[in-house]
Ligand binder design. Structure first.
Ligand code: ADP
Length: 946
């Protein structure tokens, strides 16, 4: 059933209930169509629907229900709303009718308006019947004929308060107080719970009466009163005055912990309260100033208050009564302040709005008190959230960089006091320790006596600007000090900046170039380059190390490497180009030279019959001359890929790698004989040698190596060795035979006293002996080389060996005296013949190479587990360079006296080989023309077996 909208448009309001009322089809109700309602109903309905207080309007003898939006919650979530709209009260509250009816009859009969506080009117809501308390005020509504036509019910639910009060009452039963105030304001309950029954009933009555009395005293008192439980500190009772002083809603106090409710004032009262509860003595505070959040705002108030303990019969403190009077009497003054605050705030807000876009903070400093008022941005600039208030100047100054505080801030302030104008830029630290720059501007306001009163000003964070400035400065410095020409130009090719290096390289001073076309620098034949570059730049392209030629003021052509990048303005628009020009003329020259040198080296290396190769500092081979490729038949790629080792004979590879790694690791020269495979598969011996190339600091830069074909030499050597072996072998038999016959002849001659022949035979014998020694040496040599030298070792005292040698040689060497100094005589485990051969060789050499001397000294001494025999002569000596070489086979020191000393250079070689077979050593220390000492060391034999 619909009703024309405009029909009920007179019903006021915009809420849900106004709508529902307008849209309801009233013709179905006893009230009839809305258009025909009496004016009184329309007026009353208007009042109800536009009220913010919960209201219920009952109209006509049937008490038809109307209600407003504020009333809805009282009907519960799924209760009577909206069904009771337009229903008679009897139907809508059928269950309660018996309670309500008399009330309404009373009103309808014309009695005064009534007010009922905390009436229990259970209602059905939230799916159940709930206990609810209400404070009602009913007033009759009269119609045009001055008869009561309806009832307007204003109500508020007091369920919470009622339940609280009831609980308080219940708990009060515990200690049935008979309270009395003492002169000091403390409150004492002296309760009899013992004694006879009558007395108890009596005191119970009395207690009830005084409880009631207490409540009325409390609730009506002009003094703020609050009763809290001594154990829980929950606030149990509180009067209107206390609520006013507290400046917090009643609900925020009652039933809550006193400490939590006044958390902001804890420092003032927590201890005092605890003391009262503990000691049972009242606490007074006279005109104490404290801060409370009243109506959500920080307020400093002055109060006088008493904490009075309420004790039970056992004198335990059960409750604490708090009495409070506010002394902040300058209510008017405060209002004034609030008003002016308000004005200031408005002004401030306007300023804030005006400045917010500029990221500027605003501040207002009271010069006398140094207190500060500021906009939210101000706090942000110091790194706080914008809600933070810095209330004093010192709070702000605590952030200023210590170095800037005196120098900049204080000075600026002192100056401001003189000039009235405050200005500075200084560094501050944020809470997170980050460094920022601020700029402060301010103006002093003077009072009528010309005394500085306030200072108003702005603050702005200039960190970014500072950084940008510093960056610009740095960049400018870099540009100026650069070795490369740095030039900027427009897209039209007009030079806009020109640094020192540009002047140096091209010869033009800035004033000769800035504003001029860049083409001044471009040689005729390259002029077409410029448009091409500009085209690229306009597309945002960058040119990196573009090599070209440019011309200087004195017409010199330079090789130039250009790096050109497009330049954009802060909005990203291309506006020109920055150009870095490097003079590479010199570099080009060097490059050419290097190339030429490299070419030369390559030609040289390639034309050599030897292999030439190089390796990096880690020993990786990276270059081979052409000879290597020609020889091996491998391609450059194959050899360089590491395949070079494939050329080396498989039997030599392992040792080759080992030696190469050793050389690379130690930096020692690499020297190795190995076989390389030729392209036809034949292996040939090569002698390779590589030397590390070092830089100034001795660091290895690279390795340079060569390999020389020694295959033919090797073969010849082999042939020679073979020949010697064969010849000495073949010679031995005939010489031995000759020797036998000579000895036979000598003995025969001796018998026949034929001195002439005997002298001749003696000479022949001597020559044959020499020949025999030579053959024996050669045989030894070949034995050593083929590994055929066998030892027959036994234990002897060293002296036995040496004595034998000396007596043998002494016979032949009449020219020299042989002195023996024996300081030790250990056992040695040796092949006696061979060791004798060693000493014979050394002593004969000592004699042979000291023709002008007449003495050879032998010293024998122990050293660690060795015995050392030193043979010293006073002869020609050996130069340092030859000391090692003389032990090589066939090595003889070359000199002008060469012919004087016959020999083959085999003796010392054999000496060394024999000693090495014995685990011994030989070395020499000598001075040219002074003499030599040859040292022999042999291991001392400790037991029979060795
Ligand atoms: P040689 O048969 O030439 O003596 P060795 O092998 O015994 O051969 O010696 C090699 C070379 O060492 C000699 O040619 C000589 O130059 C040098 N030499 C050996 N002993 C001495 C010494 N006591 N004083 C100086 N030079 C010596």
């Amino acid at each position: 059933v619909s009703v024309p909208v405009d029909a009920n448009m007179f019903i006021p309001g915009s809420g849900e209930m106004s709508d529902l009322t307008r849209w309801k089809n009233w013709s179905e109700t006893p009230l009839g169509p809305a258009s025909q309602w009496p004016q009184s109903l329309v007026t009353a309905l208007g009042v109800a629907l536009s009220s913010k207080f919960p209201m219920l309007l009952l109209w006509g003898p049937e008490l038809i229900c109307f209600y407003n939006d504020a009333f809805k919650p009282s009907l519960g979530q799924d209760g009577k709303h909206p069904s009771i709209l337009g229903l008679p009260l009897e139907k809508s509250w059928a269950a309660l009718w018996h309670i309500i009816k008399p009330l309404y009859d009373q009103i309808l009969s014309g009695e005064e308006s009534t007010c009922q506080e905390d009436q229990l009117v259970p209602i059905f809501r939230n799916g159940m019947i709930e206990e609810a308390y209400w404070t009602f005020s009913h007033s009759a509504v009269y119609d045009e004929s001055r008869k009561i036509a309806g009832i307007l019910l204003t109500c508020s639910e007091t369920t919470g308060k009622k339940i609280m009060a009831r609980e308080l009452e219940e708990s009060n039963q515990l200690f049935k107080p008979a309270p009395g105030f003492r002169a000091d304001g403390s409150f004492e309950g002296n309760i009899g719970s013992s004694g006879d029954f009558n007395q108890q009933v009596d005191s119970l009555k009395k207690a009830e009466a005084s409880e009631q009395e207490l409540k009325s005293i409390v609730l009506e008192s002009p003094v703020g009163i609050c009763i809290i439980d001594a154990f829980t500190l929950l606030c149990e009772l509180v009067n209107q005055r206390f609520v006013a002083v507290a400046g917090k809603p009643f609900e925020a106090i009652i039933g809550h912990s006193y400490l939590d409710t006044f958390a902001e004032a804890r420092p003032y009262h927590e201890k005092a309260l605890a003391g009262v509860i503990k000691n049972g003595l009242p606490f007074y505070a006279d005109e104490m100033e404290l801060m409370l959040f009243r109506q959500g705002k920080e307020e400093n108030i002055i109060v006088t208050f008493v904490y009075a303990p309420l004790k039970d019969i056992e004198a335990r403190v059960r409750k604490v009564a708090i009495w409070v009077i506010e002394n902040t009497t300058q209510e008017k003054a405060r209002q004034d302040i609030r008003d002016s605050d308000e004005r200031l705030r408005e002004l401030n807000e306007r300023l804030v709005i005006a400045t917010e876009g500029t990221h500027m903070g605003i501040w207002d400093l009271d010069i006398a008190t140094k207190t500060l008022v500021h906009s939210p941005r101000f706090a942000q600039i110091f790194g706080y959230p914008e809600t933070t208030k810095l209330t004093t100047r010192s709070q702000m100054r605590a952030h200023v960089h210590p170095e800037d505080l005196q120098e900049i801030v204080e000075n600026a302030f002192a100056e401001a006091l003189q000039t009235g104008i405050y200005f500075y830029e200084a560094r501050i630290f944020h809470l997170d320790k980050s460094l920022r720059w601020i700029r402060i501007r301010g103006k002093i306001l003077f009072d009528e006596n010309n005394i500085p009163e306030r200072m108003l000003g702005t603050i702005i964070d200039i960190t970014e600007a500072r950084h940008a400035e510093q960056m610009r400065g740095r960049i400018a410095a870099i540009v100026e000090s650069s070795d490369d020409a740095i030039i900027s130009k427009t897209f039209e090719g007009i030079v806009t900046s020109w640094n020192k290096a540009a002047e140096r390289i091209f010869g033009y001073a800035p004033e000769e170039m800035i504003g001029q076309s860049i083409t001044k620098l471009i040689p005729q034949d390259r002029l077409e380059e410029e448009p091409r570059i500009i085209e690229g730049l306009k597309q945002g392209r960058r040119f990196d190390h573009f090599e070209t030629k440019r011309i200087t003021k004195d017409k010199k052509i330079l090789d130039i490497s250009l790096t050109i990048s497009p330049v954009r303005d802060s909005s990203g628009k291309l506006i020109g180009a920055a150009k870095i020009a490097r003079d590479i003329t010199e570099q080009k020259k060097i490059e050419k030279l290097v190339k030429a040198n490299e070419e030369k080296f390559r030609l040289l290396a390639d034309s050599m019959p030897q292999f030439v190769w190089t390796g990096d500092h880690q020993g990786n081979l990276n270059y081979f001359n052409k000879t290597v490729y020609d020889y091996s038949g491998l391609t450059a790629a194959q050899v360089q890929a590491g395949a070079w080792i494939q050329i080396v004979h498989p039997e030599d590879r392992q040792e080759n790698i080992k030696r190469w790694q050793h050389a690379v690791a130690t930096g020692e020269d690499f020297l190795f004989e190995h076989r390389f495979q030729r392209h036809d598969g034949v292996y040939r011996w090569q002698l390779s040698r590589a030397v590390a190339q070092r830089d100034d600091k001795g660091q290895i830069q690279m390795w340079v190596g060569t390999s020389t074909d020694i295959d033919d030499i090797k073969r010849q050597e082999q042939q020679k060795d073979d020949f010697i072996r064969m010849a000495s072998h073949e010679l031995k038999t005939p010489v031995t035979t000759i020797k036998g016959y000579i000895q036979l002849l000598v003995s025969m001659q001796k018998e026949q006293q034929q001195t002439l022949q005997s002298a001749a035979l003696f000479k022949v014998d001597k020559q044959v002996n020499k020949l025999t020694k030579l053959i024996n040496d050669l045989l030894d040599l070949t034995r050593i080389e083929t590994g055929g030298l066998q030892l027959e070792q036994r234990r002897y005292p060293i002296s036995e060996v040496i004595h034998e040698v000396i007596s043998d040689i002494g016979l032949v060497a009449g020219s020299h005296r042989i002195d023996l100094l024996l300081s030790d005589d250990p056992m040695v485990f040796v092949d006696k013949d061979r060791i004798e051969q060693v000493f014979v060789n050394l002593i004969t050499n000592a004699i042979k190479y000291s023709p002008k001397a007449d003495q050879v000294i032998l010293k024998v001494y122990g050293q660690d587990d060795q015995v050392v025999i030193a043979i010293t002569d006073f002869g020609i000596g050996i130069s340092a360079g030859d000391e090692e070489k003389i032990f090589e086979r066939f090595y003889r020191v070359e000199g002008k006296d060469e012919k004087t000393y016959p020999g083959f250079g085999i003796g010392l070689f054999i000496v060394r080989e024999i000693l090495e077979l014995h685990g011994g050593k030989v070395w020499v220390s000598s001075q040219l023309n002074r003499g030599s000492t040859f040292y022999v060391s042999l291991p001392v034999s400790k037991n029979k077996s060795q």
